[in-house]
Write a protein that binds this ligand. Sequence first.
Ligand code: ADP
Ligand code: ZN
Length: 296
Amino acid sequence: MLIGAIEAGGTKFICGVGTENGEILHSTSIPTTEPEETLARVFAFFAPFQIKVLGVGSFGPIELDQTNVSYGNITTTPKEKWLHFPLLRTLQAHFGVPIALDTDVNAAALGELTWGIAKGLDSCIYMTVGTGIGVGAVIEGKLLHGMSHPEMGHILVRRQKDDYFEGVCPFHRDCLEGMASGPAIEKRWGTKGSELQNKDEVWELQANYIAQALVNYALILAPKRMVLGGGVMKQAQLFPLVRNKFNAYMSGYITNLYINDLDTYIVPPGLGDFAGLQGALALAVRKLMNTDEVHI
Ligand code: ADP
Ligand code: ZN
């Protein structure tokens, strides 16, 4: 049986068809332009395949309250063409198969829990540090939702003493995303992060903000593992720095077999760049097995 998966990102849509075991058989990447053009290319990719169910991990914010009339719409995105776009309805009208929809990061968290580095656990978070910062969570085996999906990229962080950067978040300026996303690095230092590899102060500062965020997530959600992906986390030297600062901020307050070994607690994605796509596949598999009552 063929299962469809879409990681609908603000930069690119990654589409795939795969199996219930998480195997991706075919995939493609489509640049995100305006909705009609992007989706026409998405539909063209899926045309040769008879998919039974579709999983979608989408950029957001998206409305995930099934009782809301705008369920499945993109909501307050700064991408004008996608503002209020009825993503789910458009996909339903085209495919006519059951569709499971969640955020890209919730999907990635589920993917890592099902087939990746958090396999065998019943909780984890997935954080992406890229064009934006987003965090998804599976807690007690369920994807985390409340009045909406959580927006853990926009939490408030304690500013480092000598840091006067104003921040780039259009809503909050110096929230976590405003201080530590890829565009924040580029604006603060005048060069893309990928060209700053050897500048220690860049990564010390970066690790400070990420570690603060992780401490808050650990204190609030108590996930059994934290998976960190996205373009900025390609700087592998960040991992030891983040772990050290996490340890310092936590100050031994929580001890258990998960958090005591930070090398296995704060980790890169097991599924690499496919966490989002395989996560979308995992969403679809849950839908197929009728275990998607996660909104209740
Ligand atoms: P998106 O978040 O748009 O899906 P990415 O996760 O690739 O895509 O994030 C893109 C951001 O990450 C950009 O701001 C880019 O400058 C930054 N980035 C990409 N690769 C690297 C790298 N190797 N080192 C540091 N920053 C990077
Ligand atoms: Zn913000």
